[in-house]
Design a binder for this molecule. Structure first.
Ligand code: DMJ
Length: 440
């Protein structure tokens, strides 16, 4: 089959990048790196690109590919492992790529730092046939889960040597966000019921203790009492996760609030004080974060409501207006003045641009189901990676069908959390996810 010209260009670019990486990238460097960031940005990128490079449809690579990206991923994964050598199995937040664990390294890490490794490390194990990466990240995840409170809440920071919590207040934003995301996506990718059970309890606790109408505040994991009434830009990923779960109504209502704040400033401030309706005095920045675009993409996929396209267009307009500079896009230092700074995080290309692109053109997703890692790297859902296919993927086991049978069975279209029928409003039957907790 002949490929169209733009596909050929993609292939050439991709092949060139693979070649460049295999000739220029080495992890044998004396650099202290953050395990979480290294995992989601670098390991995830390599593993995902390797899978795309070996795609049976040859969409991205035409010539011979010799597993260079997988070799790099293996090397990096191996360099991560000494971080897990703790009495608790919880990994250190920092590791030196050349020398391993540094003397007097801090023992403090975050919940996401310990609980967001399973997708990349699990995929690496499946691809190499070596279980050590998956085992280390699974052990850490299980330990973390065992540290939850009786309310099924977790804190934000902890000590990897003692397994004690340091910060008991937490929410769905910084330091915790991707922990929830990975429990659920690990269930989709690996089909383990265990992940679903953990996620379901954690999700219900979030909806019960953090949710306040469309907003999410923070609360103390021990008492469930509210601590901070703040909206953070990172929280805007939550509606996207809720779409995967099937809790569309809750997703839509909080997404609208984030859009409202985006429109108020032109971009999302890092932290906004809900109780004072003002930007946090020291966290006024917008580092080109993707979360709102990500949720907009998911909500559009689930509803096909053109309003989400309009939101996407408004986001693109804002990015062009406020952040476009010669040679790229710049972070905003202060959303009240739109002063920029000389920094463009890798997540701008890996996530912000990718989700916006997919919002307007999802043809890449048509013939395969993917989950996206927290850094936006696609991993295909392969039955070979499943212990047992989750029931939701077996058509006859679907308990409730929300819409007409979708053409393809993605987690998003099937809405993994089973649906409940509610009372009717305006004469039509209302269907909500079993994970949805209505407002009191
Ligand atoms: C990304 O690096 C990841 O999504 C991470 O989980 C938290 N958010 C940043 C981008 O804002």
């Amino acid at each position: 089959m002949e490929l169209p010209l733009h596909s050929l260009n993609h292939c050439l670019e991709f092949e060139r990048a693979v070649l460049w990486l295999s000739e220029n990238l080495s992890f044998d460097v004396d650099a202290r790196v953050n395990l979480f960031e290294g995992n989601i940005r670098v390991l995830g990128g390599l593993v995902s690109a390797h899978i795309l490079a070996t795609d049976s449809m040859n969409r991205l690579i035409q010539g011979s590919y010799k597993n260079q990206l997988l070799d790099l991923a293996k090397d990096l994964g191996q360099r991560f492992l000494p971080a897990f050598d703790t009495p608790t199995g919880l990994p250190y937040a920092w590791i030196n790529l050349k020398y391993g664990l540094m003397k007097n390294e801090t023992t403090e890490t975050s919940t996401s730092g310990c609980g967001s490794l399973i997708l990349e490390m699990g995929a690496l194990s499946r691809l190499t046939g070596d279980p050590k990466y998956e085992s280390a990240s699974l052990r850490a995840l299980r330990k973390l889960w065992s540290m939850r409170s009786s309310l099924n809440l977790l804190g934000t920071t902890l000590d990897v040597e003692t397994g004690e919590w340091i910060e008991h207040s937490s929410g769905i934003g910084a330091g915790v966000d991707s922990f929830y995301e990975y429990l659920f996506k690990a269930h989709i990718l690996f089909g383990k019921e265990d992940f679903w059970r953990m996620f379901h309890s954690a999700y219900l606790a979030v909806q019960k203790y953090f949710r306040h109408g469309p907003w999410y505040h923070e609360a103390d994991m021990r008492t469930g009492k509210a601590t901070y009434w703040q909206l953070t830009s990172l929280q805007a990923f939550w509606p996207g996760l809720q779409v995967l779960v099937g809790d569309i109504e809750a997703a839509n209502s909080s997404h609208r609030e984030f859009v409202h704040v985006w429109k108020k400033f032109g971009v999302l401030p890092e932290r906004y004080l809900l109780d004072h309706q003002m930007v946090h005095p020291t966290e006024k920045y917008y580092p080109l974060r993707p979360e709102l675009a990500e949720s907009t993409f998911y909500l559009y996929q689930a509803t096909k409501d053109p309003w989400y396209i309009e939101v996407g267009e408004a986001i693109v307009d804002s990015l062009n207006l406020y952040t476009k500079v010669e040679g790229g896009f710049a972070s905003i230092r202060d959303v009240t003045t739109m002063q920029t700074e000389d920094h463009q995080h890798s997540f701008f290309l890996a996530e912000t641009c990718k989700y916006l692109y997919l919002l307007f053109d999802d043809s890449f997703l048509v013939d395969r189901n993917y989950i996206f890692t927290t850094e936006g790297h696609p991993l295909p859902v392969l039955s070979a990676w499943h212990e047992r296919l989750p029931e939701i993927y077996i058509p006859s086991n679907r308990t409730c069908v929300k819409k007409e049978k979708p053409k393809r069975a993605s987690a998003m279209s099937l809405q993994v959390c089973p649906a409940l029928s509610l009372n009717s409003r305006h004469g039509e039957q209302l269907v909500e996810s079993a994970c949805h907790i209505p407002d009191a």
